[in-house]
Structures are given as C-alpha cells and as structure tokens.
Write a protein that binds this ligand. Structure first.
Ligand code: CA
Length: 231
C-alpha cells in the first residue's frame, strides 16, 4: 500500500537512524537516510521526497535552520520533526518554522507510523483512493478533474475533486465540517467557514446529484456534517 512513497530520514544518532530505516522499509516505504545537515540539504536539492523526518539537533546545519530554509525556498514536502525530551520550546519553534508535526524522543515507532500516514493522507488524498474510481453511480477522474455521469463528462474544480476523494476514502462515515475543511482547505476551520463548507457542498451536489434537493451520494447528517453512503 505504501509503495513508491519516499521518505528522507535526517538523523545523526546511528541507533535511531538504523531503527527508523528498518521499520519504515518493513512497512514498504522507500527510505533514504542521511546523518548531517549538509547531506540533508544536498539530498533535498537533488531528489523529491514525499516526506522528511528531520532531527532537530544535527551536525553542520541544524534541523531548525534546514526547515526554515526549505520553507523559504518554497519546499512543500511534509516535515515531521524529531525532538529530544526537554526541547519543548524548540518544538513550538519547529512548528512555527513550517514543520507539519513533531514527535518527542523516545517515540514509539507505531505512533510515528500513524503520524506519517495521517500526514500523507492529509497532504495527498489521492493516496487513499486511486486517480480513477467509482463514486456511487459516477466515475471520477481525479487527475482529469472531471466526473462522468451517464457517459457525460462534467468538469469539477480541484476543491470539488478533493471533497469527493475525502468522501470516497471514508465511506459510510460521518465527516464533520471541521474535518472536511481541514482536509480540503488544509487548515483548521473558524466559525465563518461553516457556511463556506455548506456552500461548496451545495455546489458539488448540483454537479453530481441527480436531484440536488434529494441527495443520494453525499447526505447531510444534521448538526454533524456529511456522509457518503456506499452500497
Ligand atoms: Ca541529533
């Protein structure tokens, strides 16, 4: 399932580094590991990774500086910071610098795996479902940004595609407006945006529901959110 997902490990402690390599390779990730900041810089310049595990205290260039630099250069690859106990302040700074998450050493590998999966799902919903799939009676073509209804192609926006993907990846589960907003817009929702979500759902329904007033694909769960009912 995790095939072709590449992870860069930047960690100078040999024991932790080799533990991470073994564990992530066991879970079928493609792993590259480097041991100092300079090597990390080079690796990121020369290759594209899906995720970076970045130790904070590193020889040559610190994880903090690397993270700041990468974000300033527009790198959007998700970064999980590995921090040692007692570096609480740095942890917060780490998130300010643009890291997506952090774990505190000693961390459990299972917990790290859960965070990796969550981040990859969040940053690329296409990982949890394919590029072309059946959604109720529709055919969805994510990369082509269209749905096919009764042989007729209807263009959809990127946001609409992400909404469909989110529902398709979570059949028969109620998705709250907050969760949907976080997945599709990539940030947490404030009160005003409740309306935004509802408006986007209405717009999406007008494209994919045979009768948008009696939705059969994306149903409203009153007071909670929305649900895709899959047969
Ligand atoms: Ca270190």
């Amino acid at each position: 399932m995790e095939e072709n997902v590449s992870i860069l490990i930047v960690e100078d402690e040999p024991r932790i580094r080799s533990g991470l390599i073994d564990f992530l390779e066991f879970h079928d990730y493609m792993v590259t590991a480097v041991e100092d900041g300079l090597e990390a810089q080079r690796a990121v310049r020369d290759h594209r990774y899906d995720l970076i595990l970045l130790d904070l205290m590193l020889p040559k260039i610190s994880g903090e500086d690397l993270c700041r630099q990468w974000r300033q250069n527009g790198l959007t690859t998700p970064i999980i910071m590995l921090t040692a106990k007692g570096q609480e302040r740095e942890k917060i700074n780490g998130l300010d610098l643009g890291a997506d998450d952090y774990v505190t050493k000693p961390f459990s590998l299972e917990e790290l795996l859960a965070r990796i999966r969550a981040i990859l799902r969040r940053t690329d919903p296409a990982r949890s479902v394919g590029q072309r799939f059946q959604f109720g009676s529709l055919q969805v073509d994510i990369s082509g940004l269209k749905v096919i209804v009764d042989g007729q192609e209807i263009p959809i926006s990127k946001r609409q595609a992400m909404m469909i993907q989110t529902f398709a990846a979570n059949p028969n589960r109620v998705i709250s407006r907050e969760e949907l907003y976080e997945k599709v817009w990539g940030e947490s929702m404030n009160e005003i945006e409740t309306r935004t979500v509802d408006m986007h759902i209405a717009k999406l329904r007008s494209k994919i529901e045979p009768d948008p007033n009696e939705p059969t694909l994306i149903k409203t769960v009153r007071g909670v959110g929305y649900m895709y009912e899959s047969q």
